[in-house]
Design a protein around this ligand. Sequence first.
Ligand SMILES: Cc1cc2nc3c(=O)[nH]c(=O)nc-3n(C[C@H](O)[C@H](O)[C@H](O)COP(=O)(O)OP(=O)(O)OC[C@H]3O[C@@H](n4cnc5c(N)ncnc54)[C@H](O)[C@@H]3O)c2cc1C
Length: 457
Amino acid sequence: MAVIGGGISGLAAAHWLDRSGCRVKLYEASTRLGGVVKTAFLEDVVVEEGPDALLSRADIIELCHSLGLGGDLVAPAVFGGHIWTRRGLRALPRGIVLGLPASPVAAVRSGLLSPWAGMRAGLEVMTPRRLAGPDVSVGKLVAERFGAGVAEGLVDPLLAGRRAGMPEDISLAAAEPAIDALARTNRSLILGLRRAVRRGEAGAPPGFLAPAGGMERLVDALRGAMRAVEIRTGTPVTSITQGTGATYAVSTTGDAPVSVDGVVIALPTHAAAPLIGPLSTAAARELAAIGYASTAVVSFVYPPGAGAPPVGGSGFLVPSARGKITAACTWYSAKWPAATPRDGALVLRAFVGRAGHEPALEWDDDRLAAAIDMELRSAMTLTRSPRTWKVSRWDRSLPEYTVGHKARVARLEKALAAHATVALCGAGYRGSGIPDCIAGAEKAAAAVRGQIPAATK
Ligand SMILES: Cc1cc2nc3c(=O)[nH]c(=O)nc-3n(C[C@H](O)[C@H](O)[C@H](O)COP(=O)(O)OP(=O)(O)OC[C@H]3O[C@@H](n4cnc5c(N)ncnc54)[C@H](O)[C@@H]3O)c2cc1C
């Protein structure tokens, strides 16, 4: 078997195949495993360059336990989100559920919505109707139901926080399935949200976890648990073609093609498209049509006394209408106290790039860090310059599930149906969070394995 891509998806697929008794070759283009999962040090503390937490789901907790990481999982010390409004930082109140104002009054009281925007949002209960028909954008649904104030002031920054794209482009069904389900089954979303809270189906803050010492421990643990996986880093796959019989030939630069019984392609869709092309032009077209945004994570250490985040807060999100470069910022040393430098300095992690093209990402590191520092100082009234900073760039790393995404993925899988031992997984399909990537990878591995009962290759 071949697994292409050594990010968390490829590692999870290889780990699953290995446990099911297959011999696996894992190909990774870069010289390191983990993809966007990358743990680094800033001064004397661990600061993630990519993801910093896992949604606390039963499947990922079980995997961590099976890898010996179960006892080392730590939860963030604080969870309170804020939004950087024109009137300053405002805490997200309890009445915001799934990013929507289940209580417009609470949103107005907290300063997140103007009284007018709150009144407009409250009208949602008076003009009820169920969502029917094809997929719509998150922005369209929210603007129609709650008004532009909620779309711009609440939903836009919350999507930016997940770096999922602009609300007017993003698929409700693919990116916000819980809201889609509520909108299709309730005549009023406000009433539907309140019912969901009463039933305990929504409203509680999502739990997050991370391995103490850094997310790359998950990468190391997956790698360490593999028995018969040949890992080839620094080896980009250049083509996959149909071989003799039911086999496939996997080619890399410089080496003779390797014949395998099955292939799991665990790549961003823009990297998968050219490899799938020789097998299905229709599938390659669908893959290439899935857009990705680039992002940069800029981490800072501000000296003690520079300022402090609000108590209980974990970070803030920035509405795009504010025209800032910063899309979101984590109060990192408050969220992860183990990341507090010995002298008590403040560690912040800012994100740039929320959708499509962000011109600031073309700036050099010095200019980018200086511009973000200015914004952070203004948002948090910090009084001193950072003493250390680091820019981590992730090119075309954030898939954008635009309207019709689920139908596109279905078309893509249909187009590949003739190749039952070739499967796709990764952030571009059914969820980009690490638990979704791992679940998708295991499903892809199982699908390929299921077609080759006696596979050992
Ligand atoms: C900045 C940032 C912060 C995030 N924060 C969180 C978070 O806190 N929690 C969370 O759950 N998720 C988070 N995510 C999302 C999550 O981390 C990613 O969706 C997930 O890690 C993607 O894993 P992957 O293996 O599918 O892809 P990648 O990590 O992109 O891995 C793909 C790998 O394929 C390799 N490759 C490419 N082309 C080839 C080729 N031709 N041959 C061989 N190898 C190739 C690449 O080098 C790369 O290593 C974040 C993402 C980013 C970018």
